[in-house]
Design a protein around this ligand. Structure first.
Ligand SMILES: C[S@@+](CC[C@H](N)C(=O)[O-])C[C@H]1O[C@@H](n2cnc3c(N)ncnc32)[C@H](O)[C@@H]1O
Length: 217
């Protein structure tokens, strides 16, 4: 599952993961992140998430990383944003005053771009990756981000034998394994959301647990 897979999904319009409204967990738990108008929020594997618009409206600076140029173009046109394209530290960057989208493979990010980040918002990002890539994903985050970060992480858990990902099932045990040695992990909520997710019912799932975690270094 490399970036070509995702670029093709954008080209084919297979973007069922995109939400037409701001994620309610982000709004609900935002205060726990103690952010202020100087906070820089990193949104890995950002797609064209409206959550970035909401974050910018809170006064934060948003850094997203996305491999699909179509996703970036749609983010800009859907939200009537004028993003200026330039090269920064060798990366193709699309930005305005509050939002900076880095058009690249997440696994090629460098610390230069991430020095001021203090919060990470991860919705549909860790769970977009198959097991062998999730470990690399977390390792990369620790490698390029400053030490004292907080992460708001939203995961899904279901019977992986009933459906192939993405999104992939990521259990609480795996979260502990991936982040536990560096982060204090607090589970903020966990709900079976299958009843309101017809597309996952149709794919044969018998439960779909959505969990929200706050990870603090
Ligand atoms: C499941 S979507 C989630 C998007 C967003 N977080 C949201 O909530 O709508 C995953 C996104 O990550 C992008 N992506 C996947 N692998 C990537 C990589 N290695 N580097 C950069 N972007 C990647 C895909 O193009 C896709 O837009």
């Amino acid at each position: 599952m490399n970036i070509d897979f995702w670029k093709q999904r954008w080209l084919d319009g297979q973007t069922g993961f995109h939400l037409d409204s701001v994620n309610t967990y982000l709004i609900h738990y935002w205060d726990l992140l103690c952010a202020n108008n100087e906070t820089v929020v990193f949104v890995p594997l950002c797609g064209k998430s409206l959550d970035m618009i909401w974050l910018a409206h809170q006064g934060c600076h948003v850094i997203g990383v996305e491999c699909s140029d179509k996703a970036i173009a749609e983010f800009s046109s859907d939200n009537n944003l004028m993003l200026q394209q330039k090269i920064t530290n060798g990366f193709d960057v699309h930005e305005n005053k509050n939002i900076c989208l880095i058009h690249c493979d997440y696994f090629e990010l460098t610390a230069d771009m991430m020095r001021s980040v203090s919060v990470v918002y991860d919705r549909a990002s860790l769970v977009a990756l198959p097991p062998e890539m999730r470990e690399k994903y977390v390792k990369k985050q620790c490698e390029v981000l400053p030490e004292n970060i907080k992460i708001l992480l939203i995961t899904l858990e279901y019977d992986q034998d009933r459906m192939s990902g993405p999104p992939f099932s990521v259990s609480q045990d795996e979260i502990t394994k991936l982040y536990g040695c560096m982060f204090n992990i607090r589970e903020l909520s966990t709900n079976n959301i299958l009843a309101s997710e017809s597309r996952f019912q149709q794919r044969g799932l018998d439960y779909l647990i959505e969990s929200v975690y706050l990870l603090e270094r």
